[in-house]
Structure formats: structure tokens, C-alpha cells
Design a protein around this ligand. Structure first.
Ligand code: GLY
Length: 418
């Protein structure tokens, strides 16, 4: 099977490395890719948001399967275009991708499916902002109603911070979503979904704030670990049965059947799981850790999802132990990351590339999240040690990373409230 992966992040690098381990995959191509991806897949350039361009490339490279990594092409209907050309595609239709692209649609689907989520209101008129803010908080949760790669979210106990963020979004023409705060530790559960069939991967936890001890602004994700030692046995089944399957069934009922990766972001509160958000694709940086433990052939799984035979794949196989991703970010990330710095030591096993490119034969930074370093080990402590040992060999001027990825779980400080 010849597989073309669309995207250029560490998530796509992780997908390609896992696909390369599948004996059923004969050729790997990626577009647009990055400096690290070029080592594992044939690299092509493409306008990833154009269905026409991605389809033309898929035909040119004789792809049997196209895997679309990021949400923007999915929301724009790139998977629909590829499928219309008769090529199998892993990724939902534009219709189904609204589960991520429109928070209002996601809330409506959840309400109809009886799935617990935060109470919310959309504000699109600045004159209504103050009254709406007063109906929430503290804590205030203020989100951009469109796609914002995690950076449009502010969670704060300070009313003026919440108001300022909402006002700035409105000034820039973005409707604002205000939400009630959900307590409890967060879980990212990725499920392969094909209509009403859902197959969960290992549960993971992301670290969204930029600084240690969850300080500083939200980012696209600074690190993740899997599995979750504090999550009770049976919780994954509970999430699949009370959250993922009802939502998948509701999408089928609406004629927007989902095919691809449905990512449930949940808060594990005292009353059970509640949805913080859905995404229509693999999460970043959780994917880098989750796929490091996957032993089942990824190409076969993605192809089965894309071709409507997910129900036949049986139980997934996982390596024992834990995996940790630590993101190395550029100076000034997330505000205004500096790019163009030379990186050394980024070619070791477990070092996945995101914002990198080759200039004059050197690897340089080309984005905010530059590298994802993945450690594995027999437990979370060993996986953390592995990741942080690998980081010592990497040099990127001005870069920063969190030193506490997975540490709360190792120290037994994470628990579900009673
Ligand atoms: N881990 C956050 C995201 O992928 O959106």
C-alpha cells in the first residue's frame, strides 16, 4: 500500500514512523512535510488546504491511501475531494469535521446525543459581552468559536482577563464561546471511528500551558504522556459507550457520518466524564506518545477506517510500559516565536520534527513548536528519564521546554474528584 500523509508537524512525523513499521506499507510520501519527515518519506510540496491540489498529488504519486493530519484541510473538505476521485482517504468529510470546526455544531450534537459537556453561550455582539461574562465564572473559560489551534482559549479566575480576551476576539471578527468551567483532570481519548464503530487508542494527557506547574498562556500543547496510571480501569469503555458512540451515532443520524479519528477531550469530574471539546483528527502532542506504544499495523488500521471495514480489525496490540512527549519550543513561543535558529542533535531516534526546515544544508527552526522528543520506558518514570536524557543532546538557541511532563502522575498528585 502506498500512503500519502498530508501535514508538516510532529504528529505527521509520528504517523509516518508508525506507518513505516507496518509491513503492508510499501511506500510513504508526505506533503508538505519538514526536515525530519524528509528522512522517512518522499517529500512533496502541496497547498494542503486545496482539495484539488491534494487530489492531483495523490494521483501523481499513485497513493492507495491519503491520510490527512491537520484539521484545516478536513474542515475545508479536502477528504471529500480525495474520496470523490476514488482514492481511499483517512479523515472525515467537511460535514463531519464540523464537530471540531464549529463549536456550536458540536454542542448541538452533544445535546441531541445526551453527552455531558460544559454549559455555553456564543457572543457575537460586543454590546452583549459584559452581561454574558457575568452569567459565567469564576472560573471563566473563553474560546474562539473557530479553529485556533488551542491558542484561542483562556481559562482564568480574573474577570478582566476573560473580558479582555473576549473583546479582542470580537474586535478581530471572531465569535466568542463562553463556557462553564469543568473540574477534574483532562483526558485525551482518540478513537478510530467509521460510522457507528469506534475503536479507542490508549488514553493520554496533554499539558497545554507553556510553563511548568501549568503556568503561563495556553499553547498547542507542550507535552503528553500515556497511558494514565490514575485513570480507573473501565474508564475508557465508559467514555467510548457514553460519549464517543452516542456522538458517532448522532452524526450518522444527521447524515454526517464520521470516518477518521475522533478525538474526545474530556474532564474527568465527580459526575463522570464531560466533554471539553471534540477534534476531528489526531491530537498533537499526544499522538507522538500514543503511537510510540502501538504494535498493531497502523496502515492497516487507517485503511480499514477509510474503507468501512474497521469492525473487522479486532483488538489492538500495545507495547507494555509508558511513553512521554516533551515539546521543544522556539524562543517567544506562543506569543511570537523566533524562527531561523540552527538546531543540532535533532536526528536521534525518538526526536520528531515539527517546525523545521533545511537551509544551506543546516536544520533550522521554522515554527513555534519545533521538536517533539519521545521517551519510552517500562513505566512513566523511565519514559520521562528517556525523553529528558534525549533532550540534553539537542541544541536550539533560545528554546524552552517543560520539565514536568507526566510528573504529577508519577508523584500520585492527579486524581478524579469525589
Ligand atoms: N492536544 C491538543 C490538540 O491536538 O488540539
Amino acid at each position: 500500500m502506498r500512503v500519502l500523509v498530508i501535514g508538516s508537524g510532529a504528529r505527521e512525523h509520528a504517523l509516518l514512523l508508525a506507518l513505516a513499521r507496518d509491513p503492508g506499507v510499501s511506500a510513504l510520501m508526505c506533503a508538505p512535510g519538514n526536515a525530519g519527515i524528509a528522512e522517512v518519506a518522499e517529500q512533496h510540496s502541496v497547498d494542503a488546504s486545496s482539495g484539488e491540489a491534494v487530489t492531483a498529488l495523490a494521483k501523481e504519486v499513485s497513493a492507495d491511501l491519503v491520510v490527512i493530519g491537520p484539521e484545516v484541510p478536513l474542515v475545508l473538505g479536502v477528504a471529500d475531494a480525495v474520496r470523490s476521485a476514488g482514492i481511499a482517504c483517512f479523515g472525515p468529510s467537511a460535514d463531519a469535521a464540523r464537530i471540531e470546526g464549529s463549536k456550536a455544531f458540536a454542542k448541538d450534537v452533544m445535546a441531541a446525543a445526551g453527552v455531558r459537556t460544559a454549559h455555553s453561550e456564543i457572543v457575537d455582539n460586543p454590546a452583549e459581552l459584559d452581561a454574558a461574562i457575568d452569567r459565567f465564572g469564576p472560573n471563566w473559560v473563553v474560546k474562539d468559536d473557530g479553529l485556533a489551534a488551542g491558542k484561542g482559549v483562556v481559562v482564568t479566575t480574573d474577570r478582566s482577563v476573560a473580558r479582555d480576551h473576549a473583546a479582542e476576539l470580537l474586535e478581530n471578527g471572531h465569535p466568542v464561546l463562553l463556557e462553564s468551567f469543568l473540574d477534574g483532570p483532562e483526558v485525551s481519548l482518540f478513537c478510530l471511528v467509521d460510522g457507528e464503530t469506534a475503536v479507542p487508542l490508549l488514553p493520554a494527557q496533554d499539558h497545554k500551558r507553556v510553563g511548568d506547574a501549568d503556568t503561563g498562556p495556553n499553547t498547542g500543547g507542550m507535552g503528553a504522556y500515556t497511558p494514565l496510571p490514575w485513570l480507573p480501569a473501565g474508564a475508557v469503555d465508559e467514555i467510548v459507550n457514553t460519549v464517543v458512540k452516542p456522538v458517532a451515532a448522532e452524526l450518522v443520524k444527521r447524515g454526517s457520518s464520521f470516518s477518521g479519528l475522533l478525538y474526545a477531550g474530556l474532564a474527568m469530574g465527580s459526575n463522570g466524564p464531560a466533554v471539553v471539546e471534540f477534534n476531528c483528527r489526531f491530537g498533537d502532542p499526544e499522538t507522538q506518545a500514543v503511537l510510540a506504544l502501538l504494535e498493531s499495523p497502523l496502515g492497516e488500521l487507517l485503511n480499514a477506517t477509510a474503507t468501512g471495514t474497521l469492525g473487522d480489525v479486532g483488538e489492538l496490540h500495545w507495547r507494555n510500559g509508558s511513553a512521554v512527549t516533551v515539546v521543544i519550543a522556539a524562543e517567544n513561543y506562543p506569543a511570537s516565536p523566533r524562527t531561523g535558529d540552527v538546531i543540532t542533535g535533532s536526528d536521534a531516534e525518538g526526536v520528531l520534527h515539527a517546525g523545521t526546515k533545511v537551509v544551506d544544508g543546516k536544520i533550522v527552526s521554522a515554527g513555534g513548536r519545533v521538536l517533539s522528543v519521545v521517551g519510552v520506558g517500562e513505566d512513566l518514570t523511565a519514559a520521562r528519564d528517556d525523553a529528558y536524557a534525549k533532550i540534553e543532546a539537542i541544541k536550539l538557541p533560545g528554546s524552552h521546554f517543560r520539565t514536568d511532563i507526566g510528573l504529577g502522575a508519577v508523584e500520585g498528585k492527579i486524581s478524579i474528584p469525589n
